[in-house]
Design a protein around this ligand. Structure first.
Ligand code: FUB
Length: 486
C-alpha cells in the first residue's frame, strides 16, 4: 500500500483540518477544478442544470442525485453551484441551498433556476412542500450568485392550489425581457404553464396561462431570447421523431415573437441522452452559445445518478438551432477576453490582402490590421466575411518578394447569423505555376474564440492562400490571419 511521506501526510491532514473548520463554520469549500471533460464533475452526481453568466463566470445551478445504486427513485436534498471561467474546467462550490432553505418544505430538491434582478439573485426551485399536494415552486434570494440564499417568500410561489397550475408544479424557468418584465414558465406531466412575475420577483402578476404550440411538452422548460426571437426549449418524450422509448426524452424547442407565445414548434435540438430524463439550459458565454444538460455517463451513473455535461450549441442563419453533438470531451476552453496572438514574426502586415469575395460591409483589411479579438463575435477591429457566398472561398497574402513561411494562425469570425465557423480550411501557396497545398500541413483547426495554429514545412513564396470551406448553408469570415516566418 502506498504511504505518503510524513511531510506530505502532515500537509494533507492540515488541509483536511482547515476544511473541517470551515465546514463547521458554515462555509463551503470549493473542490479543486475538475479536468475538462463531460460530465463536467464526477465527484458527486449532479442533475437538472441551469446556467447563468455573471461577469466572466458561468454558474451552473444543479441538484444533487444521492440515490444509492439500485434505488429506482430520486434522492435529492440539495442544490449545488458549479462555476467556470472558460466553460471547460469546472469547480464545484458545494451546496448553496437545500430543502431546509424552505421551512415549509420537506423533500425533493428537483430542478431549479437562478434569475438576477436589481443586484439580487432569485433561486426558483421545485420542492416538495408539506402542504396538500406534491411539488411546489419555491423561491430563495441571495446577494451574490453563490448566496447565501434564504427563503424569499415564506411559502410556495406556486402550489397545487394555484388556479390553473400544472399537474406537476416543477421545473421553473424565469426569463426577464428587455423591458424588465419577468416571466415564469414551469410544469411537468405534459402540463406547461406560464405567468408574469411582479417586479419583486416573488409574486405572480396576473393569471396562470397555458402556452400554446409547445408540441409534445413533457417537462423541463428553458426560455431565452436571441436576436429578438424568443426560444422555449423543453423535454418531450413522444415517439414521433423524439425518442423510440417514451421512458426517455429529447429536447424540442419552439420560437415566438412575444414572450407568452403563441409558440411555433421547430424540432429536436438535443436527442435522447443516456439517462431517461433530459433536462437542459442554454446560455451565451464569451461570444459562444452553450447547452448544459445531464446524462448518466459518470462512472456508476444511472437514471437517478445523473451528471451535468456541457456542449457547444450552434444556430443556423435563419435562427433555427442545429442538433447538438453530444461529446465526451466537452467544449474547448473559452476564457474570453483578448488572448494575444501566438509569439513569432508575423509577415501579414507587410502583405497585400485579397480575396475571392468580401461582403460590401466587411473588409479584407481586417485580416492583417493587428486587432486582438476578445472573441469570435468581436468586430471592433473590422471583420472579413463572405456572406452570402457558400462553399469554398479564399483569402490571400501577396508580398513583393518571396518570403519564407512555415506557420499561420487564424482567428475565425462567427456572427451567429450567416457567418459561422468553417467546416474546414487548407493553406496553399504559389509554387511558380499554380496554387498547391503547403507541404506537411498539420490539421487546420476551426475553433471559435481563439487563435488556431497550422504548421507546415517552410515554403518560400510571394503568395500564400487560405482556402476556407463553409458549413452547409453558411458563409465564413476571419477577424485575423497571421503568417509567420520560421
Ligand atoms: O430531477 C428531478 C426531475 O427529473 C426534474 O425536476 C425533471 O426535470 C427531471 O430531470
Amino acid at each position: 500500500m502506498f504511504r505518503p511521506p510524513e511531510s506530505r501526510r502532515a500537509v494533507h491532514w492540515a488541509g483536511v483540518a482547515t476544511a473541517v473548520t470551515l465546514v463547521a463554520l458554515g462555509a463551503v469549500v470549493p473542490a479543486a477544478p475538475a479536468p475538462a471533460a463531460n460530465p463536467i464533475v464526477t465527484h458527486v452526481y449532479t442533475a437538472d442544470p441551469a446556467p447563468l453568466v455573471v461577469g466572466n463566470t458561468m454558474y451552473v445551478y444543479a441538484g444533487r442525485d444521492e440515490a444509492p445504486t439500485g434505488t429506482n427513485n430520486f434522492v435529492m436534498r440539495e442544490w449545488r453551484v458549479l462555476c467556470s471561467t472558460d466553460a471547460a474546467t469546472w469547480t464545484d462550490h458545494g451546496a448553496r441551498a437545500n430543502v431546509g432553505t424552505f421551512p415549509w418544505a420537506g423533500a425533493d430538491a428537483w430542478a431549479s433556476e437562478v434569475e438576477p434582478r436589481n443586484g439580487r439573485y432569485y433561486w426558483y426551485t421545485s420542492v416538495n412542500g408539506r402542504g396538500p399536494g406534491w411539488m411546489d415552486i419555491g423561491v430563495a434570494v441571495g446577494d451574490s450568485p453563490l448566496g447565501p440564499f434564504t427563503d424569499a417568500k415564506g411559502g410556495p410561489l406556486v402550489s397545487d392550489s394555484t388556479p390553473n397550475s400544472s399537474g406537476l408544479n416543477i421545473d421553473p424557468t424565469v426569463f426577464t425581457d428587455d423591458d424588465g418584465q419577468a416571466y415564469l414558465y414551469w410544469g411537468g406531466y405534459w402540463g406547461v404553464r406560464a405567468a408574469k412575475l411582479k417586479s419583486n420577483m416573488v409574486e405572480l402578476d396576473g393569471p396562470v396561462v397555458t402556452p400554446q404550440g409547445l408540441t409534445n411538452f413533457w417537462e423541463a422548460p428553458w426560455m431565452f431570447k436571441r436576436n429578438g426571437l424568443y426560444y422555449l426549449m423543453y423535454a418531450a418524450n413522444d415517439t414521433g421523431g423524439c425518442v423510440t422509448d417514451s421512458a426517455y426524452a429529447c429536447q424540442r424547442y419552439a420560437t415566438a415573437t412575444s414572450p407568452l407565445g403563441p409558440w411555433t414548434h421547430r424540432g429536436v435540438v438535443l436527442d435522447r441522452v443516456s439517462s431517461t430524463t433530459n433536462h437542459a439550459g442554454v446560455v451565451q458565454f464569451n461570444g459562444q452559445w452553450y447547452i448544459v444538460y445531464h446524462n448518466a455517463d459518470a462512472p456508476g451513473g444511472g437514471n437517478f445518478r445523473r451528471s451535468v455535461a456541457v456542449d457547444l450549441l450552434h444556430f443556423n442563419a435563419d435562427g433555427t438551432m442545429r442538433k447538438v453533438v453530444q461529446t465526451a470531451t466537452g467544449p474547448p476552453p473559452n476564457p474570453g477576453g483578448p488572448q494575444g496572438p501566438p509569439a513569432g514574426t508575423n509577415l501579414a502586415p507587410s502583405a497585400t490582402a485579397t480575396t475571392s469575395y468580401v461582403s460590401p460591409w466587411e473588409s479584407v483589411a481586417a485580416l492583417h490590421n493587428g486587432g486582438v479579438p476578445a472573441n469570435s463575435a468581436d468586430r471592433s477591429n473590422l471583420a472579413y466575411g463572405n456572406w452570402p457566398q457558400q462553399g469554398t472561398q479564399w483569402v490571400e497574402y501577396t508580398w513583393p518578394a518571396a518570403r519564407q513561411v512555415n506557420r499561420i494562425a487564424t482567428y475565425w469570425f462567427d456572427d451567429d447569423q450567416g457567418i459561422d465557423l468553417p467546416a474546414s480550411c487548407q493553406v496553399q501557396y504559389w509554387n511558380g505555376s499554380g496554387y498547391v497545398p503547403v507541404p506537411g500541413q498539420s490539421s487546420c483547426p476551426v475553433a471559435g474564440n481563439t487563435y488556431n495554429v497550422t504548421t507546415f514545412g517552410t515554403v518560400s513564396t510571394t503568395r500564400l492562400r487560405l482556402a476556407v470551406t463553409a458549413r452547409s448553408g453558411l458563409s465564413t469570415g476571419l477577424l485575423e490571419w497571421l503568417a509567420y516566418q520560421p
